[in-house]
Design a protein around this ligand. Sequence first.
Ligand code: GLV
Length: 307
Amino acid sequence: MALLILMPDRDSNDLAKALKKTSPGLDIRIWPEVGDEKDIKYAIVWNHPAGALRQYPNLKVIASYGAGVDHIFKDPDLPGNIIITRLVDDSLSRQMSEYIAGVVLNHRLRLTEYREYQAAGVWSPKAARPGNIVCLLGLGNIGREVAGYLSGLNFTIHGWSQSHKDIENIATFHGDAGLCEALGDADYIVCLLPLTPKTADILNKSLFSKIKKGAYLINAGRGGHLNEDDLLDALYQGRLGGACLDVFRTEPLPDDHPFWRHPKISITPHTASLTNIDQAASQFHENYLNMVNNRPLFNRIDSAKGY
Ligand code: GLV
């Protein structure tokens, strides 16, 4: 019985080392040096090649090396009857909370603006921007944590999700009908949704027509949530005052992409929240043991919902 690490665009050796530290006896195979395919029961994956997971006839569990699982579901040739899990950990939610708070406060306090004035030798004091309403799209583990963190900084939070959720101290909205109300007077719109067929392209012209003029957009969900042409139009027309993007349809962002040099767009290279290898290794190991001992696995995905 063996565990496979299948992450073509990541360094798998660090994860293998962390897993060995947690459990020295574990039989770990690093793709593409898999050995006998029949040994593989548990696969840790990130951006695997489509169809690759069909090679393992005894595979029981596919574990995402991240909070998102859209990279798994985009494979049209996934094996059926399989358990899929994702990472849920404090470090992912804490990093995301700090990232969103950092971007919002940077905008509110005009820090980037002053950096530009500095470069031009201009002394131009201004009050901080007054808006303090944040609309969070997505209220999973990470969204809830971000909501709590920003509430602690005295922001007013509107939380939106597909289905109804009650969360202390924040106004929640759900479904298509609730979206307009959640966005209504928000100064910041933050996307933390999972990418599914229902949420793909949600940040589009229709959504931008419902927001307060001049609101600021932060996308730390997935590039597939954003219609890029609609964003450029909304910025041009002043519907949106600016945007900070951490995720993109194509990553790395192509050299000739218009976002790189757009004066109202700030870019971070998919670093809002990075998997902590040691925490991830201990979660994978625990769930691997659950599988071996026929116990229920935690952080399972509902394949029908796609998250
Ligand atoms: C990062 O984007 C993740 O899904 O963990």
